[in-house]
Design a protein around this ligand. Structure first.
Ligand code: HSE
Length: 307
């Protein structure tokens, strides 16, 4: 039996302007998993701690992602999966993505890497399809590749790893209310005006350029969403006040993390990110809602072996 223990990171998808195409990987927020190759063929989820999730392979995002991988592997093998959830489901920081990306990354590693990172993204997307009804890649790609990623195309899948400027730090506030990705996707309009599209793709280009040239002001100017945020932000208590507080404290930009309810603020430097955390904590303290705040550097490696 071969076995590894991994850290499967949380991720922030969309990054305001890049709905379903942009995402980045966090450093100190994530799940742990133990994945083993065993002699008995088949996939077994032996343990889940920290969340009430199904053990049945075909109902579990890690299970279906590994099923997708094994369907493309020549030999029959057995896989056992233990999941220690630290990222809450429905938090908007890639809980399902961490499990599906972590599982396929670990199995690939144990098999001596027969699949490319891009192929792993495709397998992990099966987990996202099960979780939200939509096979989006903007959480699984940064979990698997690390740093910032762009899904240039879904058909065929073309995922690009972007540059990750050293000084960027994320502050994420997670109000303890669950917003299911499927519900949050149902409020989105399927048609956008040309005017909105021009605004949005200008920002996507600006953000990608800003990441590569390490132009922090350009990154900040580009963290703007005129299409999705106006529709989804009404589901998140105090969204506008959090955003105002983060920007007033010097954050480069602030928006909804993935499908919410988490809100992210991206700052230059740890001091600013910590100060942003303090001020948004004050905003949320008044609501009476429970919440968590994370301050994290960008994890340019992605999933890691631990212990
Ligand atoms: N792009 C997806 C969405 C991410 O916004 O629905 C879900 O975390």
């Amino acid at each position: 039996m071969k076995s590894i223990k991994i850290f499967a990171p949380a991720t922030v998808a969309n990054l305001s302007c890049g709905f379903d195409v942009l995402g980045c990987c966090l450093d100190n927020v994530g799940d742990e998993m133990i994945i083993s190759l065993v002699s008995e063929p088949g996939i077994t989820i032996t343990k889940i701690e920290g969340a009430d999730l199904p053990l049945e392979t075909h109902k579990n995002v890690a299970g279906v992602a590994v099923e997708a991988l094994l369907s493309k592997y020549i030999k029959e093998i057995g896989v056992e999966i233990e999941i220690y959830k630290k990222i809450k489901a429905g938090s908007g920081i890639g809980s399902s993505a961490a499990s599906s990306a972590g599982a396929v990354w670990a199995v690939n590693h144990l098999l001596d890497n027969p699949f490319t990172p891009q192929e792993l993204v495709e397998f992990a997307m099966e987990g996202e399809k099960l979780a939200s009804g939509n096979a989006h890649a903007d959480n699984v790609a940064p979990a698997l590749l690390g740093g910032f990623t762009l899904v240039r195309s879904y058909q065929p899948l073309d995922v690009i790893k972007l540059n990750s400027p050293e000084d960027l730090v994320m502050t994420v506030i997670h109000p303890q209310i669950e917003v299911k990705t499927s519900d949050s996707r149902s409020v989105i309009k399927h048609n956008v005006s040309l005017k909105q599209a021009i605004h949005q793709w200008g920002n996507v280009g600006g953000l990608v350029a800003g990441l590569f040239t390490e132009d922090y002001d350009l990154i900040g100017r580009s963290l703007e969403d005129v299409i999705i945020e106006p529709l989804r932000s009404i589901l998140i208590p105090e969204f506008e006040n959090v955003k105002q507080a983060a920007i007033a404290k010097g954050a480069l930009g602030c928006g909804i993390s993935g499908s919410g309810p988490s809100i992210f603020a991206l700052s230059k430097g740890m001091n600013t990110a910590n100060e942003v955390a303090e001020d948004i904590r004050k905003v949320y303290a008044k609501t009476g809602l429970d919440f968590d705040i994370h301050v994290s550097k960008i994890n340019s490696q992605g999933i890691k072996i631990i212990d």
